[in-house]
Design a protein around this ligand. Sequence first.
Ligand SMILES: *Cc1c(COP(=O)(O)O)cnc(C)c1O
Length: 367
Amino acid sequence: MTNIKIKPWISSLPEYIPGGTIEEIKEKYNLKEVYKLASNENIYGPSPKIIEYFKNGFSDIKYYPDSYCRQLRKKLSRKLGVSGDSIIFGNGTDQIIEMVCDAILCKNSNVIVPDPTFLTYEKSALKNEAEVIKVPLKNFRQDIKSIIKSINKDTAVIFLTSPHNPTGTIITKEEIECALENIRKDILVVLDEAYIEFVPEKYKVDSLKYLKQYDNLLIMRTFSKIYGIAGLRIGYGIGSSEVISNITKLMQPFVVNSIAQVAAILSLEDDDNISRNVDTIIKEREIFSRRLKQEGIQFVESYSNFILIKAGGRSTKIIEELMKKGFMVRGGEFLGFPGYIRVSISLPEINKMFTELFINLYREYNS
Ligand SMILES: *Cc1c(COP(=O)(O)O)cnc(C)c1O
């Protein structure tokens, strides 16, 4: 037992278990192909323009990256119609969540999170010794009324996610407006929109427009999902320039590497590729859902690029069997939904193979 004075909150955290890798599963089960459907990445990958660009090498990596991401900032601010100083970039959205918590939370404050939700929120709050108030989902959806009711004088940050991970449900326009109207202006409302691109147009909420009226709103987005560059680690937040500039002061200077900056710029220049991928994923999600419905298998109607499916009491066994066949999915017990699995939507032929295999296993282990 070490005598090093590790902070008590860290000691009480569960052991960090890194997710499995494709190589590891290939080796373990002697497989040629492994399909990673466990982390909601975009299996279509990034814009081909990125691959093409980097074929010529990485000549600029001898220099530190531009710590202010100027070129990318300019491009993104134009695209979103927001001022450059209202954007913060990070080494993934994960890091921005952490910086937000570092900048705002302390021992006497609390954050409100839906339960279950994306774990980074809670961990970043605990790091700052803040209390975490968990508001249960209702019917797999974030319960805005209960969240508002849970606010007390020490509440400093509220995390909302739309589409929500791991359920894939969204917060409606009315609910977002209700939240913004009823939450005190000294509480930061973080709206995590990591999966916003997968929401069909008619359900999409133009959240950016609320920034003009609510300086306590911070919207987060990422290049890890639809843009297909999860491995490069880059995400961003959009909020009031005053809040952003204060959080930026905390930042290490070179968190966004130069390759990620170039790849993000090229991604933003390839709208055609993005919308093609979005269309296919939405169509595939419908096919997938319809097939599950036909079989009478319960799942949560998703607005994202993954589906949470009820696999039953022997879900761990089903997950193992899927893995043996080369399909990696996320077990619900890690996500607050024991008995469920979360599956990313992939390419049509992989989705088809997966659905049929899963349906067979479902029948076998639920009979
Ligand atoms: C994937 C995901 C993110 C993005 O994380 P990065 O650090 O940008 O890769 C953020 N929020 C949620 C809810 C996610 O599922």
